[in-house]
Design a protein around this ligand. Sequence first.
Ligand code: SAM
Length: 279
Amino acid sequence: MLSYLHAFHAGNFADVQKHAVLTLALSMMQAKPSAIACFDTHAGSAVYDLESERARKTAEADAGVQKLWASRNGLVSSDWQPVMQMLSRLNAGEGRLTVYPGSPAWIRQFLRPGDALTAFELHPAESGQLADWATEHGARVLHEDGLKGLLRRLPPSQPRLLTLIDPSYEIKSEYLDVADTLQKAWQKCRHGVYLIWYPVLTSHLQTALKQAVKDSSLRKVWCSEVHLRMPPERGMTGSGMLVVNPPWGFGDRFSAMIEDIAGDQALGISHECSWLIPE
Ligand code: SAM
């Protein structure tokens, strides 16, 4: 079942949290010169038109990245700078954003010579768009299952690893598949930084993933959840990220970023974070 299309959701509050985690992790990892292999297991199409029919149908970006963009002059944390630079580069004017980058484009922005990006995408049309984008941007695109594909390619030849696991969770078993893949990937590359996105749902399906990770042999798993202050009665009320092996000081720096945008005038979210599995 591949009915999910990220174009309906690109730039929403969950993307703001996920891509802030991603950019902060990459910039902190790049404090050291050794090369990084980056894997994006569920990549989407890399670039999204916020004026498209799909994006306007849900208007989710209006309550997400458009709010972030509108509050850009009041952001205190300097860790927003790479995010703002990327958004400015893709969008010409000072007004509303019309283009939003997906995770492969965010990762690509940080790649240095020697670093590498492998992006998996199973949806035929999304994968085709991603491959077109990649020919100009120097990423490897694989039209295959991202979880199995990741395991086949670990450990990487580069000395360090960053992996984003961002499924659409269309199938309930994906919560446990992600936990199982994470455990296997960690066994192949224990020092890797793994970023796992999950939805916070009124059905609490995400607790199966969190519990399975808690029950695993993983160490150093940090958890961030943002919750909508005005949540819907049913469905997604928040967004979560697990960060395995976060760089030292990551939690404080990420919390400072979210503090900048949490108020009702901005994204209207609250933030909770803690170690799911301690250091
Ligand atoms: N990571 C993207 C971003 O942040 O811009 C968004 C990804 S979207 C939430 C999930 C994507 O995973 C969809 O494009 C979907 O087609 C793709 N997908 C679903 N099942 C997959 C699988 N087994 N392997 C690889 N990609 C898959």
